[in-house]
Design a binder for this molecule. Structure first.
Ligand code: NAP
Length: 310
């Protein structure tokens, strides 16, 4: 009888003694997600269902890797027989500089969420932007190109990828908000060429970086359709909502990249305001299916992956 270790959480110390740490793992662990925190990640259950459905004899595990351990962890991945990994908070931006080669999806965002290991080299890609796009279509039956979008957490890995995707889609309007304002401002400068043409009528600029304070947000939200939370606020049940209900209106669509067993504080605020909301589960599904295709050069069994998440 084969043992499964999919719910287990490995560490850097385990990677250092990999054959001992995984001597009972069958099938072998050759894929995983690296993050801190990582216990919440539903990627293992989704990716392991896909591996089983495709009769690929390996498994996908969680790795609790702290920010200062990433470089060492990536060194072990090169040496061990890994197919690839996903990266989650807080590694996506730091990992970019450590790739041997990056696909355009990663280099434009300056962030990596999918690594493929080939000939001891790390190939970085980013499937968050495309995963986000598909999730918005699924959840709200609209295309990003028709929307005025505000991103909270535009300075992070997911925020960068989503902002680039919105720019590539030529969305109506993009507002970048970040706790560290300078990062949102720097990203806006890079995206400016995409927003040179006029599109919306009225006085609102098509591209803006704005400070994270209530007055600035209130002013922006009057000219926004889709609000995206790309901060980790909401991962912890006691987190406050990144935007209070009093700033939300019924016409808003609220997409929280965070997902979990219960509603996040932002989605509860959306309910209170009568706005439509969706959590990050469908983004997880789509970005994960795209990662699977990168690792195995084949289409992912998306229905199996969706069923595993539900
Ligand atoms: P990250 O690279 O560490 O970025 C975090 C971002 O959030 C930064 O912009 C940071 O601002 C901001 N931030 C952090 N703590 C904050 C706080 N207490 N208040 C306000 N802003 C704060 O993380 P990431 O990888 O982009 O992930 C962000 C979130 O998205 C995570 O919850 C992750 O699970 C989720 N996510 C979900 C999916 C999915 O498929 N559903 C995909 C990707 C990401 P500063 O620049 O000021 O530090």
């Amino acid at each position: 009888m084969k043992e499964q270790h999919t719910t287990e959480r490995y560490t850097l110390a385990d990677l250092e003694n990999w054959s001992k740490a995984t001597q009972d793992a069958d099938p072998p662990i050759r894929l995983g997600v690296l993050g801190d925190p990582v216990a919440h990640s539903l990627s293992p259950q989704m990716q392991n269902a896909a591996l089983r459905a495709c009769k690929i004899d390996m498994q996908y595990a969680r790795f609790h890797i702290r920010a200062n351990e990433l470089r060492s962890a990536l060194r072990f991945l090169r040496a061990l027989d890994f197919v690839g990994v996903n990266l989650t908070v807080p590694h996506k931006i730091a990992a970019f500089a450590q790739m041997d080669h990056s696909e355009e999806s990663a280099s434009r965002a300056g962030a990596v969420n999918t690594i493929r290991v080939r000939d001891r080299k790390l190939l970085g890609s980013n499937t968050d932007g495309e995963g986000f796009l598909r999730a918005i279509r699924t959840e709200f039956s609209v295309d990003v190109r028709d929307l005025r979008v505000l991103i909270l957490g535009a300075g992070g890995g997911a925020g960068h990828a989503i902002a680039w995707q919105c720019a590539l889609e030529n969305c109506e309007r993009l507002v970048l908000v970040n706790r560290t304002y300078e990062k949102a401002q720097a990203l806006a400068e890079r995206l400016r060429p995409f927003f040179a043409g006029p599109r919306v009528l009225g006085p609102a600029a098509r591209l803006e970086a704005t400070a994270w304070d209530e007055a600035a947000l209130r002013a922006q939200l009057a000219d926004v359709d889709l609000i995206v939370n790309a901060t980790p606020l909401g991962m912890n049940p006691s987190d406050p909502s990144p935007i209070p209900a009093r700033l939300l209106a019924p016409h808003h669509m609220v997409f929280d990249c965070v997902y979990g067993p219960s509603k996040t504080s932002l989605l509860r605020a959306a309910d209170e305001a009568g706005a439509r909301g969706a959590n990050g589960l469908s983004m997880l599904l789509h970005q994960g299916a795209l990662s699977f295709s990168i690792w195995f050069d084949r289409e992912a069994p998306i229905d199996v992956m969706r069923a595993a998440l539900l």
